[in-house]
Design a protein around this ligand. Structure first.
Ligand code: SAM
Length: 198
């Protein structure tokens, strides 16, 4: 059995600086995705954002509506200190599943793998709820079976395709060609869209 992955668990990971997932800067796949967007007014959410380097990158580029959400307060407070110019109302100390909002774009990076596997369908359904019509969930997913009680919890192409397609329209899921070195050959880049309501 894996540990109870509640707020205390994640807070203590930050307090003990056990944050091996943190790339220290915005990662190339997400940077390059953001770089080709033309509309800087899109509403962006980064759930399980942690130190949220991608949020800082997007904000510094000129994206006006970037939101960061995390169940652990420490990284949110530290982000606030590092980026006093970032709108405080866009920093959410909250459980993802309790969040309400409407976004054009939600960025995924090492959040899916942090959730207990029994929450995967809930994750997809919540993403669908949070996306505006034609809104997209975009990011990276590990192509790794970590083979441990987790987190991180890994997966493979078939699994991700099945889970994401349950609640979203999967646009693409391919081996990621621009991963950071530590993840090269070990992750997928994917895009999924809110299903059209008929
Ligand atoms: C593996 S870390 C990834 C952090 C960040 N995305 C990164 O790439 O550096 C997972 C993050 O998800 C947060 N988290 C876990 N469960 C959550 C939940 N139910 N709601 C919101 N955040 C959660 C943790 O506190 C942690 O910051």
């Amino acid at each position: 059995m894996y540990p109870l992955l509640d707020e205390n668990y994640w807070l203590s990971r930050y307090q003990q600086n056990e944050i091996g997932w943190d790339a220290g800067e915005a990662t190339l796949p997400l940077k390059q995705y953001l770089d080709q967007l033309l509309d800087y007014r899109v509403e962006i959410l980064i759930p399980g954002g942690g130190n949220a380097h991608e949020a800082a990158y997007a904000f510094d580029k000129g994206f006006e509506n970037v939101h960061v959400l995390d169940i652990a307060k420490a990284p949110i407070l530290q982000f606030r200190e590092r980026h006093p110019e970032f709108p405080k109302a866009h920093l959410h100390h909250q459980n993802f599943f309790d969040h309400h909002g409407e976004y054009d774009l939600i960025l995924e990076q090492t959040f899916f793998c942090a959730l207990a596997p029994n929450l995967r369908n809930d994750y997809v359904n919540k993403m669908a709820q949070l996306l505006k019509p034609q809104g997209k969930l975009v990011g990276v997913l590990f192509d790794v079976d970590f083979g441990k009680e987790g987190p991180p919890f890994g997966g493979n192409k078939d699994l991700y395709e099945a889970v994401l397609s349950e609640g979203l329209e999967l646009l693409m899921l391919e081996p990621c060609y621009n991963s950071i070195a530590a993840r090269a050959g070990r992750e997928f880049f994917f895009m999924a869209q809110r299903k059209d309501v008929t």
